[in-house]
Design a protein around this ligand. Structure first.
Ligand SMILES: [Zn+2]
Length: 313
């Protein structure tokens, strides 16, 4: 196997990864551009992770491959969220800069590819909001299509192998990276589904109107394990934790016309104020639906789910 060439910037790269780890611990998995823009410290110097203008970035203090790549947003356009994370396979695709695969920036990616250098990928999830992914490795560069394929790796294992490359088995690493990438994409898609559903419902529970985002889930109408359970807004409902639980256990059903129906066993149960006021009071009420028709629950999703509720009852 080919030994990775020694990365002349490994100390800076390690400092950048460490700094990102702290940022994510403090701010959660997505970071605002303002936070990324603050950069990081390395031996008393101040360095940047990325710059606003560039997709492919290497600080002037570094000599080897790029440090980071970032979703490119065409001038005047809003980013298409997760455009570069489409597909369920074990790779991300990233467009090279311009139409010359050998220009300065693209050469920084070629170097990363040849030397198996780990990079950071700032993936745009919304305007001004990025999900940092690292370590990310270039799997290949397609000069005709002007794009490269990337895979994410497990940070701890990748770091150990960078230090002791002799023990690493190339095929095993490739399989592991595919797996980590598929998992990462799945998490990204779930996060996007939640964001879109909560936005459509104006961050309120569709049953009780509870307005606390941290207590809201994006529930699937038809479960995502079912073949028909696509993660799209018309198959979603913003529900608070309580109503999500009641809905998921089929103690609450939604009629295809949007009216809430509780199971007979629940209606027959007598208990304190939570059951009476927070659950049973909604029997026969109408769901609060998004204003945009295209965000409202799809009829076929509602029908399929309501049939399940009836069978459960
Ligand atoms: Zn609720």
């Amino acid at each position: 196997m080919v030994l990775p060439t020694v990365d002349p910037d490994w100390e800076i790269r390690a400092a950048a990864f460490q700094a990102l780890e702290w940022l994510v611990a403090r701010h959660g998995p997505t970071l605002r551009w303002d936070t990324i823009q603050e950069g990081f410290e390395f031996k008393g110097q101040h360095l940047y992770f990325a710059t606003k203008a560039k997709g492919i970035f290497r600080p002037k203090e570094m000599r080897g491959a790029a440090l980071s790549i970032k979703t490119i947003i065409p001038r005047g356009n809003r980013p298409v969220p997760y455009e570069d994370s489409a597909g369920e396979d074990g790779v991300f695709t990233y467009k090279l800069r311009g139409d010359d695969p050998d220009n300065h920036d693209n050469r920084l990616l070629q170097q990363a590819w040849k030397a198996s250098t780990p990079l950071i990928y700032f993936l745009a999830v919304e305007p001004g909001i990025y999900q940092p992914l690292w370590p990310i490795f270039i799997r290949g560069i397609d000069r005709e299509r002007l794009e490269c394929t990337l895979s994410v790796d497990d940070a701890a294992l990748a770091e150990r192998e960078q230090r002791v490359p002799m023990v690493a088995d190339a095929r095993a690493i490739e399989i592991r990276r595919e797996y980590v990438t598929v998992q990462t994409k799945r998490r990204l898609h779930q996060a996007r589904f939640r964001l879109e559903v909560l936005r459509a419902y104006e961050k309120r529970c569709a049953v009780c109107r509870l307005p606390r985002e941290e207590l809201l889930d994006a529930a699937h109408i038809v479960a995502d394990r079912e073949e028909t359970g696509a993660p799209v807004v018309p198959n979603g409902l913003a529900l608070c934790r309580l109503h999500h639980g009641v809905f998921d256990t089929d103690l609450m059903g939604i009629r295809p016309d949007g009216v809430i129906e509780l199971s007979k066993s629940l209606l027959d149960t007598r208990d304190g104020p939570t059951l009476e006021h927070a659950v049973k009071a909604f029997q026969g009420q109408h769901l609060h639906l998004p204003r945009r028709i295209e965000d409202q629950p799809g009829q076929r999703f509602l029908e399929e789910r309501y049939a399940r509720f009836r069978r459960a009852g």
